[in-house]
Design a protein around this ligand. Sequence first.
Ligand SMILES: [Fe+2]
Length: 192
Amino acid sequence: MATFDKDQFIEDCLAAVRGDSAYREVALLVERAVSDPTALEAVIPDRTVSPMMTVWHRSDELTALHIVWPPDVDLYAHDHNMWAVIGIYGGREDNTFYRRRDDGRIEVNTGRTLLQKDVISLGSEVVHSVANPTREWTAALHVYGGEFFTTPRTMWRTESLEPVPLDVEFIRQNLERAAAAARIADTPGEQP
Ligand SMILES: [Fe+2]
């Protein structure tokens, strides 16, 4: 059985970032990784109990994250201000993409559903919101071309689509709430 070597993956991503076509090379590396969900699941055996977000690498040139989406999550529209490559190896992630308006607000443009083994590459200008409308936990690799946590970013309020500074802690709390609700729903005898 093929295995997934996390350290090698990070090393390969860093090598790609130092080359000329980082974005495309990282997309190929993520594609290769999520093409074998069984190998990834051997590293992260139970996504329902793993942390929502695990930092695999964090530096000024690259951030690599393992992200788990609980069921029934719908997160604020946000930007990244750096390129991103996202690969799904389990579950589903619905992306909505937005067009930026001159007044700072945004409007819905297009959408794309990502299923297992799908990879999406996003340019640094992209604004998207992400949702997991299913009862399955989604598992994904996210690679960003910069320091994901300290780069100033924007999110947009759901109703008004007005911009506000992105608050990572706020998003983390939303994910934790959804995870707690999903764990209760999944516990035998706890259903209403
Ligand atoms: Fe995002």
